[in-house]
Design a protein around this ligand. Structure first.
Ligand code: SF4
Ligand code: SF4
Length: 248
């Protein structure tokens, strides 16, 4: 996949970019990445590879990552956005049988929040607060997948400084990727908008979704909405599983 290595911003042709990745994206294992859109599955697999690589690097440099199960302060205080195409995947996941249990727990949680009028900081709406775990874990967005910290964050410490190191470490891993997650994410957003060309790099605000910005009514609608990413110009959807690749 060397031809997708981007050193400097340049224009790339959307269809050609995805044609080059199509066969590869079809090999992502469904069990671990139950995404309908296999390009989003590829995006998330790349992020997980970066995260794994970064964890190893942190260990070598004696600043091991302390992130683990039940650790959820970042779900309260980090800026939590997803690309629009990742958000389609979240909706699809919530509507699938895989998330039936999580959906009913979320519904109860939102009902309690509506009635308690708490002034405390509200976390990401997809956090199952009593368990400290993510209800959409297999499809959680890139930003959540790349958070790592060498210092335990705490809910009492609301300073954003607690998350600085996560960003720094994440970037270390990105440099070693033949296909950068941010390039793929930009391509997916361009494809979604029906563009012919795209420039690798940062997403514009209109290409992002703020996960904390929803009302309870909107969230409930999301649980009920039938969502499919399988449209005419759509990304590749779930296919038969083939042999998984090794990245990197
Ligand atoms: S970023 Fe902070 S709160 Fe989040 S998992 Fe890591 S240590 Fe825990
Ligand atoms: S999507 Fe999941 S991991 Fe990300 S902030 Fe929300 S609850 Fe936490």
């Amino acid at each position: 996949m060397k031809e997708f290595h981007i050193e400097v911003p340049q224009q790339l042709e959307v269809i050609q970019f995805f044609e080059g990745l199509r066969k590869y994206a079809a090999t992502i294992p469904e069990k671990r990445y139950p995404h309908q859109n296999r390009f989003i599955a590829l995006l998330h697999l790349l992020c997980d590879s970066v995260s794994k690589l970064t964890r190893k690097r942190m260990e070598v440099e004696s600043q091991s990552a302390v992130c683990g199960n039940g650790c959820d302060a970042c779900c309260y205080f980090a800026e939590i956005t997803s690309s629009r195409t990742e958000f389609d995947e979240i909706r699809h996941y919530l509507h699938s049988n895989m998330a039936a249990d999580a959906c009913s727990k979320l519904d109860q949680q939102w009902f309690v929040q509506e009635n308690e009028h708490s002034s405390a900081v509200q976390p990401c709406p997809f956090l199952l607060q009593d368990q400290g775990c993510c209800s959409i874990y297999p499809v959680r967005p890139l930003g959540c997948r790349l958070l790592l910290s060498s210092r335990k964050c705490s809910k009492e410490d609301e300073s954003s400084g607690a998350f600085d190191s996560c960003q720094e470490w994440s970037r270390l891993g990105w440099k070693e990727m033949p296909l950068r997650p941010d390039t793929l994410m930009k391509a997916l957003e361009s494809q979604r908008s029906g563009k012919d060309f795209f420039e690798p790099g940062k997403l514009y605000d209109e290409e992002k979704v703020d996960l904390k910005a929803f009302t309870h009514q909107e969230l409930r609608g999301m649980l009920k909405q039938v969502q499919s990413t399988q449209t005419a110009e759509a990304p590749m959807c779930l296919q038969k599983q083939v042999v998984p690749p090794s990245i990197p």
